[in-house]
Write a new protein. Structure first.
Length: 797
């Protein structure tokens, strides 16, 4: 009996195994579910094509199914309805199970599964239809399974769509479904957050830099953002006012063209392919044009037959971008490294996603996000590339600035050398011109002590006037040079205004008489008789303006008027608290005037109204420019108003001081004291003519004159002889006047304290100070006259 029972049980087990094998042969390989983790069903699917789109569920259960080729979850023609089935062996647990279809672009999907009674129930979903029984997640649909008394059950799918029919189907329990949903929600939130932050950040940078690359990058981000929303199926859920059925797969294809177009535009602008890679640039434009054509065809052709064109164009852009990045790296464009890595990340993410769809890589919560991860990394790296480009531009600008600074420093060095050479040249010119002028002046004065007739006296006066004109030009050049070098400063002193204007009038009288011009000078009686200002600079301003007025007036009037602008007030800038008054010096003439086109440049250096060979008016062309600079040094203003054919009016507004003492007698030149005859004077001068002239003037004063030709002779003379005064030239051969003075000051005895007056042609501002530092007592600038020399000498006796 036990033996018979054993045989019966063995037969039943064998029968069950044979039945399972028969079912496996008839229905395909069943899949045993070990746990609740997502398990891809693609390798276990059997499929059936319904080309007529008319088969019912009852009919297909009687028809043979075939296995998928190469386990790729992509069915065939979109015009057919496809059926798929899978036999599942579920574990004996109380878990709730779900069949998940991870592709949101299926238009219609019917799911058939047995209920507890064994009868099949139908659930219908798809993007054009949604039922509450079907859970719609971020990337597809989830169909619940009903528990069976038997753990083995076969499920069926009926799929119809306008898109490529891709069926990445998996089975998982409710806990893992919820966990996957949570992970995907967080991942998608992070993904879209990254895109939003990067887009806004770079949009702000575009507004500040106006760089087109940032604008195309922002559009690229927006297009990827929209395409991802569409590709994930999220776009159908966040637009409640639009029927999801209207967001067809064609819309997804149009969205897919956006990243391709703007990605190409971004690459062109970022890598400057027009200049650096013209062939790549043309390929990008070709792809952009094809994308636009593709979009138009999607809108026109329904259904669209060329779905693979989107993939082809996308691959072309990616390949072209990587090629452009490699070429840019070879061109030593450092920003291309981030660019290249970014596109490689996108390629890796896309390839992983495609391999997941093909079943090569298991479909899970991580592999399903590979495309998102690649796109997010690409976005971040492209933003880093843009930032690196800013740094590169900054480095290039710093390099350019450094080079420009070096060039500027070199130019400044050369300019400083040129200015130094110019100053030295002008100093030499001044010295060399003043030296013979001193001979002319001195010889002229000596002639005046002889018996001359009226004609000869007239010739002497002509020589003096010409010499004064020549000396005035030299002074103008030196003053102009000093103003350019910034070594011209204001030095105030009391000035008797009436006497100053009278002296200017004397200088103009003969010229005005010869030209038939009526000259007049008027001073407002409310102006104090004595003012405080820089006499020499005021003379420069007024003499040049008056000279121009007379020069350009053929007949008529030239008028100088001085009027107060404001009443006297205390000047807080003056340390001595003296009062100030604003004066206007106006020079008006009835001359030819200045042409309107030349009035803007009239105060420029070396500008003349007429520079032709037949010009009627001479001059150096620096008079008005010099006036403008001197007025600026005196903190005044110069205004110019001229009407061609009528005349010119030039006004100078200056703020001058008002000394407390207004006694004009204090400004009268003091009487020259009588120098004792026989006073011994040593003349140290290397120029024979100047030495002869100075000695002649001194002899006219009944002084005892000794002479030396250089500083060394003067030192030797002083070691063995005594004199009462030394007139010392500064520039001499063998030993200059500065060194000779230092040596004389070291001599023991009374000669160490002898007064030494510099008589020099050096007229630069620092020359006077150099003389005093060397030990000289006073300074006299050539050319000298009898009266000047007598006045200087009398100060020391």
């Amino acid at each position: 009996m036990p033996y018979q029972l054993f045989l019966l049980r063995t037969f039943r087990q064998f029968t069950f195994i044979a039945a399972c094998l028969f079912c496996a042969v008839a229905q395909g390989q069943s899949v045993t579910i070990q746990n609740g983790k997502p398990l891809p069903l693609t390798p276990y699917l059997l499929v059936l094509e319904d080309a007529s789109n008319s088969l019912t569920f009852e009919q297909i259960t009687q028809l043979p199914f075939t296995a998928l080729e190469k386990n790729i979850p992509k069915l065939g023609k979109r015009s057919s309805t496809w059926w798929a089935k899978a036999t599942l062996i579920l574990p004996k647990t109380d878990n709730s199970w779900y069949i998940q279809v991870n592709y949101p672009h299926i238009k219609s999907i019917h799911f058939y599964s047995p209920n507890k009674q064994g009868a099949y129930e139908e659930l219908h979903s798809g993007y054009e239809t949604f039922t509450q029984e079907v859970q719609s997640n971020t990337q597809g649909f989830a169909f619940p399974l009903t528990r069976q008394p038997s753990n083995v059950q076969t499920v069926y799918f009926q799929i119809a769509s306008d898109s490529p029919i891709i069926t990445p189907i998996s089975i998982l329990d409710a806990d893992h479904l919820l966990s996957n949903e949570r992970i995907k929600s967080y991942a998608h939130g992070a993904f879209y957050g990254i895109f939003a932050v990067m887009g806004l950040f770079n949009l702000f940078i575009f507004f500040s830099t106006k760089d087109k690359s940032y604008l195309f990058y922002v559009f690229y981000i927006i297009s990827i953002f929209l395409f991802t929303l569409s590709s994930d199926g999220t776009l159908r859920k966040i637009l409640p006012f639009i029927n999801p059925a209207n967001i067809t797969y064609g819309c997804n294809m149009i969205m897919a063209m956006g990243p391709t177009i703007f990605g190409a535009l971004f690459c062109q602008n970022f890598l400057h392919t027009r200049e650096r890679q013209p062939v790549i640039h043309k390929i990008f434009w070709t792809i952009i044009i094809l994308c636009i054509i593709n979009i138009l065809l999607v809108l026109i052709l329904q259904p669209y037959p060329f779905h693979s064109s989107v993939v082809v164009l996308t691959l072309l852009v990616i390949g072209n971008a990587i090629t452009a990045g490699i070429i840019a790296l070879k061109q030593h464009l450092s920003i291309a490294r981030y660019f290249l890595i970014a596109w490689i990340c996108l390629v890796i993410g896309s390839v992983v996603w495609l391999l997941t769809l093909m079943g090569v890589i298991p479909f899970n919560e991580y592999s399903s996000l590979s495309a998102h991860t690649g796109a997010a990394l690409e976005t971040i790296l492209l933003s880093m590339a843009l930032g690196d480009r800013i740094n590169q531009i900054r480095r290039e600008n710093q390099k350019i600035e450094a080079e420009a600074k070096a060039q500027l420093e070199e130019s400044n060095r050369l300019l400083a050398g040129s200015n130094h050479f110019k100053d030295e040249f002008l100093s030499v010119i001044s010295h060399e011109l003043r030296t013979p002028m001193n001979g002319v002046y001195g010889a002229t004065e000596l002639l005046e002590f002889t018996h001359l007739d009226d004609e000869q006296h007239e010739h002497i006066r002509t020589i003096k006037r010409s010499s004064n004109d020549m000396l005035g030009m030299v002074e103008d050049i030196l003053t102009f040079t000093q103003s350019e070098a910034g070594t011209l400063f204001q030095q105030n002193e009391p000035i008797e205004l009436n006497a100053l204007l009278l002296q200017l009038s004397k200088n103009l009288d003969m010229r005005c008489t010869v030209r038939g011009i009526i000259y007049s000078a008027n001073i407002d009686p409310n102006i104090p008789p004595i003012i405080s200002s820089d006499r020499s600079k005021l003379v420069i301003i007024l003499s040049h303006l008056l000279d121009n007025a007379v020069k350009f007036t053929e007949n008529g009037n030239v008028t100088l008027s001085v009027t107060p602008l404001l009443s006297a007030k205390t000047n807080p800038n003056n340390d001595d608290g003296t009062n100030t008054i604003a004066l206007r010096f106006s020079i008006a003439d009835t001359g030819c005037g200045v042409p309107i086109e030349q009035q803007k440049s009239i105060f420029e250096s070396f500008k003349q109204v007429d520079s032709s060979l037949t010009r009627r008016h001479g001059g150096l062309g620096i008079g008005l420019a010099l006036c403008k600079r001197v007025v600026d040094i005196l903190h005044g203003t110069l205004t110019f108003d001229s009407t061609p054919g009528i005349g010119t009016n030039v006004s100078v507004d200056l703020s001058v001081g008002i000394p407390e003492s207004q006694d004009t007698h204090q400004l009268q030149p003091t009487a020259i004291s009588i120098i004792a005859p026989g006073t011994r004077v040593l003349v140290v001068e290397d120029n024979y003519v100047n030495k002869l002239v100075i000695s002649g003037i001194l002899k006219k004063m009944d002084l005892a004159v000794f002479s030396c030709s250089n500083g060394q002779e003067a030192v030797d003379f002083a070691n063995y002889n005594e004199v009462d005064l030394i007139l010392m030239d500064c520039q001499m051969p063998v030993m200059d006047g500065y060194e000779a003075t230092r040596c004389i000051r070291k001599i023991s005895g009374p000669m160490a304290q002898v007064p030494i007056i510099a008589v020099t042609a050096n007229a630069n501002p620092g020359d006077h100070l150099l003389c005093l530092e060397a030990g000289m007592n006073d300074y006299l600038k050539k050319p000298i006259t009898h009266s000047l020399l007598a006045e200087k000498i009398s100060k020391w006796f």
